[in-house]
Design a protein. Sequence first.
Length: 344
Amino acid sequence: MTVKALVRATSHRSHFLGLASAALTAAVVLSACSSSGGKGGASQTPPTSPGSGASSQSGGAPGSGTPSSSTSTSAKPRQPRKPVHVSLFQGDGQTYGVGVAIIAQFSKHAPTSAHAFDKAVTVKVNGSPVKGAWFWVKSNTGYLMEAQYRMQNYWPAHSKIEMNMPLKGVDAGPGLAFDDSLTLSLNIGAAHVSKVDGSNERMVVTSDGRPVKTLPVSLGKAETPTYLGTKVVMEKKNPQLMVSAPGESNPYSLKVPWSVRVTLDGEFVHSASWNGGNIGSRSTSHGCTNLNTADAKWYYNFSRIGDVVTYSNTQTNNVMPSWDGFGWWNVTWSEWKAGNLLKN
């Protein structure tokens, strides 16, 4: 097996429409290291197993179909509104990194208006209301639509997030009503923010603003560069199965240890014992962030879903697309506040 085959598994890039900042055209291009099945754990139900703690107070279809009380023979019964079912990616009591967004998922029918939703739903940090915004998007995770909530900046470290979503019977657009009322309580851990710089092949890991470790890396070579921009840890697997794309001249199937996913299409921070001669000195991977085995194990154990990793000087001008995983922070705040598919 060649170094090229080992460094980065490839598969067709999948549109993560659940994070689109604009209407996307259908396109298929080659990916970075990717897992079996093309999307790995991010093909969802999302990459980490969502908890079941998000509490629903709903009981079924919206009760807005009560006939008119008028005694006139010309009065017609009010038509029941179609139900929009709401569920949450996160579950009560879970702890995430400062870069995570709250994800609401919609099924049965897709909402067509966000106005009543925005007025009804509240989010508090440590008991105080905050002014974040919802970004409405299509989903490729089995839901009809998703909405993600974040503030202009990352969540405060070591904070408690509480969301109240009293939506049962609330208008979701003409002829539609939400059929669930939900609450959510999350914990945010230490601010784990790592900065990867391709100019010196280093990854500086910080916790609550203090440097913890500096790790040598090898990023994507010029032909397959690592995306620029802000990425968020999506899932962790040890090992992660990586397979070659159909038609690959050197087909392979490899279990890569200590793998931390940061894009849907297959960029990982992972162990690369086969590339030790280049780690810390030059970029030779197919897009992944290669680490020495001991460093990869340490980072795997250190990181959590929602941690932030930023990339600079990666031999490309291409920023990670917002749809390619948890790319929330690559959407400007003005665009985010506008709501995207549904206007806030």
